[in-house]
Design a protein around this ligand. Structure first.
Ligand code: AMP
Length: 216
């Protein structure tokens, strides 16, 4: 199963991808996570990407296409994978088609998560995560059971993404509507698009996604 989760920042792609990972045993390929790891490791790519990411803009197509192409050659992607945050431009979408065709693979489905802007800003501005295991929390929606202690690993260190603030979020949304939303039409025209109401409760969204995946 090879699928793309498509949607604006804060739509729930990462959360839902984690649930698909657990249920179907295929890896989540998040270009945002890969780039953040490159920034933390201060690699050449990381050094080039940092300022662009902090400003809420897009890293160059060449860089992300190369990262994904390399990643899907890894053995854990043999049974399939979830693309989260990629492709994000029409150039990347075309490159994905070419990349998969060259490897003799095809795309199972593209699932779009629909959420309105006000809710996206609310979700992203309250988001933080465990610095140790990456579990995601929210100031009002999902606090740890014991205040200041990660439910999953017990760590007391948390972090916020530098781009998860209302100001950068405005820029990220602009970029989404300009560069990424045309992909909805691109995949609809190919008969691959399924849309899900991302405003619904998290578990309902998971159920809707599982129904789509179950019908493949
Ligand atoms: P995300 O974690 O998906 O919200 O991505 C965080 C940031 O990483 C984005 O705002 C971009 O700067 C960069 N990024 C992630 N994925 C891509 C991509 N497919 N193309 C270009 N830039 C990306």
């Amino acid at each position: 199963m090879r699928l793309i989760l498509l949607g604006p920042p804060g739509a729930g792609k990462g959360t839902q991808a984690q649930r698909i990972v657990e249920k179907y045993g295929i890896p989540q390929l998040s270009t945002g996570d890969m780039l953040r790891a490159a920034v933390a490791a201060e690699t050449d790519v990381g050094k080039r990407a940092k300022a662009v990411m902090d400003a809420g803009k897009l890293v160059s197509d060449d860089i992300v296409i190369a990262i994904v192409s390399e990643r899907i050659d890894q053995p854990d992607c043999e049974k399939g994978f979830i693309l989260d945050g990629f492709p994000r431009t029409l150039v990347q979408a075309d490159a994905t088609e070419a990349m998969l065709a060259a490897k003799g693979l095809d795309l199972s489905v593209v699932i779009e998560l629909k959420v309105n802007d006000k809710e996206l800003v609310r979700r992203v501005s309250g988001r933080y995560s465990c610095a140790q295991c990456g579990s995601v929390y929210h100031d009002s929606d999902k606090r740890p059971a014991a205040e200041g202690v990660c439910d999953k690993c017990g760590s007391t260190h948390f972090k916020r993404r530098p781009d998860d603030n209302a100001e950068t979020m405005t820029q990220r949304l602009e970029v989404y509507y300009k560069e990424t939303s045309p992909l909805i039409g691109f995949y609809y025209a190919k008969g691959r698009l399924k849309s899900v109401d991302g405003m619904a409760d998290m578990d309902v969204v998971t159920g809707d996604i599982e129904a789509i995946l179950g019908a493949l």
